[in-house]
Write a protein that binds this ligand. Structure first.
Ligand SMILES: [Zn+2]
Length: 307
């Protein structure tokens, strides 16, 4: 669905993605990495056999379609975050179905070739490792939940994750990311060492305050904005086009989802919690839309709620 407000912001972020009609499949065949560059994560180098989500296209072109996810919808990252994080067939099928609808993630594409030379297919394929998908869902899904708690000003929930240490000398995020078994501990701000003077001032300000807003909401806001900016720096860059225009261009579908996360954080789009099914959704048509779907709206009105 095209959104008038989104179309109006086209001059800021421009993104077109290619999706092959044939779709994408996971392969558990024996693959080898053609070139392991320095920036190839060790998790991928240590498991070159995959599974890989293989792009069927070898050379030339194949029937496909061009999509503009930032124009057509702005909750693709929410759909992505709901994907299961696992190695089982069901999880792999859900990820492949997402890829067949929206394309490869594109930020960590590798060249692979089948090991078994008996097989006639000696071609080099573009492919994405399962680790790439799992870590992307973990990141987007984890940030999405934190943004949602921050947006709801849910200090009860944030108190569980935002921890003060050393009598107020540091504040930390203790958080179990989606798919993880153990909690990760990340410093939001710490003295010493501190990253900047501004950070030190913030820390002092939060520490002095007795309000939940300053002690829990503001540190999480600070963390989320910093993380969003890191990801934007990594995935989005300005580009000059031949028609003379300049736009911000995400490097991949992953980059486009980072833009969606940043917009959600900034409040350009409001996330809501569906009262019928409990899922997080972004209103697609009307900003006052209360449920995630027509089915949920009907269910709610049948059950006597308001829609
Ligand atoms: Zn619903």
């Amino acid at each position: 669905m095209s959104d008038p407000k989104r179309s109006g912001s086209d001059s800021v972020v421009r993104f077109v993605w290619q999706v092959l009609d044939e779709g994408y499949r996971w392969s558990r065949d024996d693959w080898q990495l053609c070139l392991a560059s320095a920036d190839t994560p060790s998790a991928i180098r240590n498991a070159p056999q995959g599974p890989w989500l293989v792009d069927p296209l070898v050379e030339g072109s194949a029937p496909g379609r061009r999509t503009q996810p930032l124009r057509q919808r702005h909750d693709l990252h929410v759909e992505f975050a709901r994907l299961p994080i696992g190695d089982d067939d069901e999880s792999l099928a859900a990820m492949a179905a997402f890829a067949s609808r929206h394309g490869l993630l594109g930020h960590q594409v590798k060249s692979v070739r089948l090991v078994n030379l008996e097989i006639s297919d000696r071609a080099v394929h573009k492919a994405e490792h399962l680790w790439t998908w799992k870590s992307a869902i973990r990141l987007i899904g984890g940030l999405l939940k934190l943004i949602e708690a921050y947006k709801r000003s849910d200090t009860d929930l944030l108190r569980k994750h935002v921890r003060w240490h050393g009598g107020g000398l540091g504040v930390r995020l203790d958080y179990t990311w989606p798919g993880d078994i153990r909690e990760s501990q990340l410093w939001i701000a710490r003295d010493p060492p501190v990253a900047s003077e501004g950070e030190l001032d913030k820390l002092a300000e939060w520490r002095r305050s007795t309000s939940d807003r300053a002690r829990y909401l503001e540190p999480i806001q600070y963390y989320l904005y910093r993380r969003a900016n890191e990801l934007l720096r990594e995935h989005v860059a300005p580009r000059l086009f031949l028609d003379g225009s300049i736009a911000l261009v995400p490097d991949s579908l992953m980059g486009a989802m980072v833009v969606m996360l940043a917009e959600q954080l900034s409040g350009v789009w409001q996330m809501k919690l569906c009262p019928a099914c409990g899922k997080i959704f972004v209103p697609r048509s009307r900003r006052d839309q209360k449920t995630c779907s027509t089915a949920c709206r009907k269910r709610l009105s049948r059950e006597g709620g308001t829609s």
